[in-house]
Design a protein around this ligand. Structure first.
Ligand code: PSU
Ligand code: MN
Length: 307
């Protein structure tokens, strides 16, 4: 066991008994949504996971300790502190630990801590990826390299078109990361089920996805997988509305010269402001939809691992 890691008692018991556990990230709380909807949503997503038979493990760094499983008070604290909490990806993690600080973990940061805790399924909204204009800026999210090296399956609603979706999929292909879409033939674009980009692979039930993950592990392949779950039709945004907001947000990011780890939070906040509350409601709905699939997937995988 890792000296820096605290696994919540409920999570530890479930893991020991071979029961399903689903990891959740905390950057989506501190940097991805406004307070208090961020904290309320995080707690509701935990409830969705419980209702679907799995134990939630929200992941963050608190006082320099890596946490797998937070209390309600921890979640409210991260939500209220918002951008005052550091956004922690792989390169940030050792410094936050050494400094005894708090950190909200990105997809990459969450995967690292989930894997240390032996949690293999993780639900979130969207992953980071290759940004538009990356041929000039080289802005490629560390989430993609983490997917290539750390064995955690990330259930998401695809990638927002703040990113270059075709380049993101090319990068994942180069890195050997399995990408499959649940019950749909296109890679989903977060707010919309369609992106115009074909699904690299399609699977129609959680048991088949679990079998792929199980085989990958038994083959000794490092790295995780992207399980893309399209936003439900009832919660989709109108493509013209969301794409106009995204194009504007990307242009503003260029014009203001925002760089590095601030780019994604800037774009997320601008898209939300430009679309009023609509994009926030869609975002919340798709995260819950991902939590349901992740709980089912974790249960199938746990059953396979028990034999
Ligand atoms: N995309 C979203 N919502 C999010 C993020 C991305 O639609 O909240 C967050 C996730 O935590 C993701 C991180 O891991 O942003 C990626 O940041 P960057 O692009 O700086 O790697
Ligand atoms: Mn970046």
């Amino acid at each position: 066991m890792n000296d820096y890691l605290d696994i919540a008692p409920e999570v530890a018991q479930a893991l020991k008994a071979g029961r399903p556990v689903v990891a959740l990230e905390s950057t989506i709380i501190s940097h991805g949504m406004p307070y208090p909807r961020n904290a309320d949503t995080a707690l509701e997503v935990e409830a969705v996971i419980r209702d679907n038979g799995a134990v939630p493990a929200t992941i963050a760094i608190l006082g320099g300790r890596l946490k797998a499983g937070l209390t309600e008070a921890d979640i409210r604290r991260l939500g209220e502190a918002g951008h005052a909490v550091a956004k922690v990806s792989r390169r940030d993690l050792p410094g936050i630990v050494a400094g005894g600080a708090d950190g909200a973990t990105t997809v990459a940061g969450t995967m690292i801590i989930a894997a240390m805790a032996n949690i293999r399924v993780f639900a979130t909204g969207g992953i980071g990826g290759v940004h538009r204009g990356a041929e000039r800026t080289m802005d490629v999210s560390a989430d993609l390299d983490e997917l290539a090296r750390t064995d955690v399956a990330v259930v998401c609603a695809g990638a927002k078109s703040i990113l270059d979706i075709p380049k993101t999929l090319e990068y994942l292909e180069t890195k050997g990361v399995p990408v499959l879409v649940y019950r749909w033939d296109e890679f989903p674009a977060f707010y919309t089920s369609s992106s115009g980009v074909p699904a690299p692979a399609r699977m129609d039930d959680a048991k088949a996805i679990a079998a792929m993950l199980f085989a990958k592990r038994r083959l000794g392949f490092p790295g995780g997988a992207v399980i893309a779950n399209p936003i439900p039709n009832a919660n989709e945004m109108a493509p013209a509305v969301i794409n106009e907001a995204i194009d504007r947000a990307v242009a503003e990011a260029e014009a203001t010269g925002v760089r590095g780890k601030d780019v994604t939070p800037f774009l997320l906040a601008r898209v939300k402001d430009l679309t009023g509350g609509d994009s926030l409601e869609s975002n919340i709905a798709l995260v819950k939809n991902n939590a349901r699939l992740a709980a089912e997937l974790a249960a199938e995988l746990a059953a396979m691992e028990r034999g």
